[in-house]
Design a protein around this ligand. Sequence first.
Ligand SMILES: Nc1ncnc2c1ncn2[C@@H]1O[C@H](COP(=O)(O)OP(=O)(O)OP(=O)(O)O)[C@@H](O)[C@H]1O
Ligand SMILES: [Mg+2]
Length: 626
Amino acid sequence: MMGWWFRRSDRQGGTGAQPMDGWEEQRDAIQCFRPQSPVAHRAFAVVEWPQGAVGDRLALAAHPLRSDTWPLVQWVWRVTPSPLLLNGELARKIRRLEMAVRDLAQEETGPRRDEWTALTGLKAMRDALVFQGESLVNVDTVVLVTSTPDLLEEDVMLLLARWQALGVQVRPLPYDQQWAAVRAWGAGPLPIATGSTWSDRIQRWIGGHASSPTWEPRVTTAERAASLVWPGWGLTGDDPTRGVYVGHTAQGHPIFVDFFQDVAGTAANLLAVGSTGTGKSFWMKTVIRGLLAQGFRVVVLDVDGEYRAVCEAERGTWIDVSGTQASAFPDPLAIPAPVGDEATDARRWDRMLDTVGRLTQILGDFDLVTKSAVERAVITVWKRYGVSPEDPATWTRTPHAPHPTMAEVWEQLNITTEDPDAMNAAKRLWVYIHGSQRYLFAGRPEVWDTIPSPLTVWHLGNLAQHAGVDARHLPPETAGRYVLVWHTIWEWLRRQRRAGQWTAIVVDEGQRVMTQPILGSSVADLASTIRKWNGVMLLATNTPDPLWSTSVGQSLWATTPLKAFLRLEKAQVESAAQALQMPAPVAGTLVELPKQTVLLRLWHDEWVTARAEVPPDEARLYKTRG
Ligand SMILES: Nc1ncnc2c1ncn2[C@@H]1O[C@H](COP(=O)(O)OP(=O)(O)OP(=O)(O)O)[C@@H](O)[C@H]1O
Ligand SMILES: [Mg+2]
């Protein structure tokens, strides 16, 4: 391993103008020709310096651990803000914004968030420059540790101990930011044989000898530094640290999106559209990981079981409600436990009744009249257990108290011979109770009151066997499971919101759900209201046309600010461009879009192309084929 490092430094000697071992820097891009090079690095952000001046301590903190080997520590300075010319133009800009904000403040809606943010930022900068005479340079942002791969762990431990002793508090940067840091800075070797001391070098970095014949770390530009630490591109919202990584631009800038709020101040739903095999699920998994890192609880509705590996790696909870595999299923007859909110709790009974109603409606393809017969049977059955709709005091049951089952509901329908609707319902539901689909309710009816873990995946059932019929539509038993899971998720959202926690609901294979009449409308309902419940919905579909040909699709399109397109067939692009009134350059980009690349609409019709770049270990988890 060591040999490799020395070879690199040999090659570098004397010919500093050449691109170094795969790294090439241009004006607006940094290219890495050999990303497979085993560069071992670890990046940290300095959270806090010890009291007093930085100078000498900096040299100490960055001193290499061994005199004869590779430099181990690089400091990267973040210069804030981006270049700012303090002239009449800026003064006018601030003035204009002040007026806009003042005018808008008099309307009910208040100022636009982006204008407000811009104004506050500009004013802060102006004040710092003009009134406090500050230089607007931060000297304390990123520590990049490079080492030989075999020594990295050990060296990091030693450095952390040293920093701690010096009172320098650091926190590790997440992978995406590390990768950006390495890209922006290369693992560019510092010349070993210059004879200069470490503190000399640090002085030179600060001084920024741009014309140095060798490639050395130095003070970075604002744009470059922004891509190291904070959202590099497409930043949204007020708090850049809340950004979720969604991919890198072709120039290697990471892009982050704030899912907590869009410009209107509400959480942002996301819709991903792309043909089969273009990388939707891969990308969604990348985003899911980012959401988890931001403290979201993530709930995935997984039709084909392809989130298993991710779920295991994240130590999530895998709930298998698919077919004969299922050991348990959400109990449709359970009356939700109280949440502690009067209005919400008053409707607990109705929510249970509605769940059973919708479930059987889908299973038996019922009209409203038949659905009503089922609801009557449910009420009768619950009464045998001393529970009645009129008396909320009877609703709360311990999990071990006897509960009615779906088989009892069916029995009730079957004995109500005087009611033709009940008889009809019994006939149509027989297959799920005694017939070929009886596994549907064969497991243990379970009540999942709260989200079991940060990542929870519902495995709903592999539909490959039904694909021949119509891959777009769900067979009724799978759609029925969706109803139960949906019901559980709603209960979770109610609790999550009360606890002030955020939830992301991920629906992959959305085309199957969107086109199912009852499920489709519940997805649309959820999408339009979830933001009030501290939640966001992420939905992926491999067929774009339901987005304009169905009312559910139209509603999803309208309530989803973040839109992601992956590669589509040419004909699909054409119809999408027309039906969705896509700007011509966007449609043009979409036609040419390579696979695994996402054309992402951020706010205000700002579009960007990105590709998720994740560590190889993670990519393995995300792969579904090949
Ligand atoms: N950013 C990426 N980096 C590396 N590999 C990728 C990336 N995106 C996609 N892939 C590869 O492409 C394969 C197909 O992607 P994916 O399963 O996400 O497609 P999909 O759009 O969800 O297809 P479907 O509609 O059939 O579900 C993945 O298994 C993975 O191997
Ligand atoms: Mg997929």
